[in-house]
Design a protein. Structure first.
Length: 288
């Protein structure tokens, strides 16, 4: 088990050699109820493992992908005793795009979804673009957040100096690269062609209709500094979008945040190194 640290340090690097071993086969999924949840302004595709009084964990996917991406997390978190919920944001796989003239907010949609599921508060896990929504939700609805996990996510999208610094780390041609080069680390691409093919199929299926949703909060570094919820920040050492120094800056902005490092993974750590990703989250949740 990994020992937690505050944002001044890192968790020990996850064990295992990504160059020599493939990621585990996708595990058998726990039975989960799937449905379209009507939040009035849109219908969101959602799956829910249930679990009665179990603490809920809500998973927020990246911009590339959908609520169907959490195949490595669903059974592991459920087996640990949590009620696990995933959903697709507007325009992604299974969910309505809604009215383009009234796009709403990702945080507002999440609040409405939790209302429909009769969930007062939950552990919120966001990866990449899902981290934007997760952080905005935590700032806007702190009483509804039991804990917050932000994985490989730029998060503070409205801080001009911060964004200028992160953009400077990527070549101007970065966004023109194929999505697997931008989103998946080289170790995984080299050693796991089957897993990469599955990731490509899911992300192709989940490709969104472009929707420009707003934020409820300022969503900048000072706003993150106002958070008072237990927070875990996860970095990956081969992530070109949000490399470890960027994630460390996010962690330092959030009082008491913990910082973890996953070795051998790119921007999609939840898929590339799921054992390390899951272990880090379970350790964090158990410590709260």
């Amino acid at each position: 088990m990994m020992e937690a640290s505050d944002a001044s340090g890192l968790y020990p690097v996850a064990k295992g050699d990504p160059f020599l071993s493939k990621s585990p086969v996708v595990p058998r999924q726990i039975p989960a109820a799937e449905r379209l949840v009507d939040i009035e302004t849109a219908r969101l595709w959602c799956w829910d493992t249930g679990g009665g009084a179990a603490e809920p964990v809500v998973l927020l996917h990246a911009i590339v992908g959908s609520g169907a991406m959490w195949l490595h997390q669903q059974p592991v978190l459920a087996a640990a005793g949590y009620r696990v919920i995933g959903y697709s944001r507007r325009g992604h796989f299974g969910s309505d795009a809604g009215d383009p003239d009234d796009p709403g907010t990702g945080a507002g949609d999440l609040a409405a979804l939790l209302d429909r599921l009769d969930i007062p508060s939950a552990h919120i896990v966001g990866t990449a673009g899902g981290g934007f929504v997760a952080a905005d939700f935590a700032i806007a609805f702190p009483d509804r957040v039991r804990s917050l996990t932000l994985s490989t996510s730029l998060v503070a999208v409205r801080d001009r100096d911060y964004m200028a610094a992160t953009m400077a780390m990527r070549d101007h041609a970065f966004e023109s690269l194929p999505r697997e080069f931008r989103e998946v680390g080289p170790s995984y691409r080299a050693t796991n062609p089957e897993g990469l093919a599955a990731w490509l199929a899911l992300t192709a299926e989940g490709r969104p209709i472009a929707i420009a949703q707003h934020f409820l909060s300022a969503l900048d570094l000072p706003a993150l500094g106002g958070l008072r919820v237990p927070t875990l920040v996860i970095a990956s050492d081969a992530d070109m979008y949000a490399p470890p120094p960027v994630m460390r800056r996010i962690a330092l902005a959030i009082p008491g945040a913990r910082l973890g490092l996953i070795a051998g993974a790119g921007h999609s750590a939840y898929w590339e190194q799921p054992q390390a990703f899951n272990a880090m989250i379970l350790d964090f949740l158990a410590s709260i």
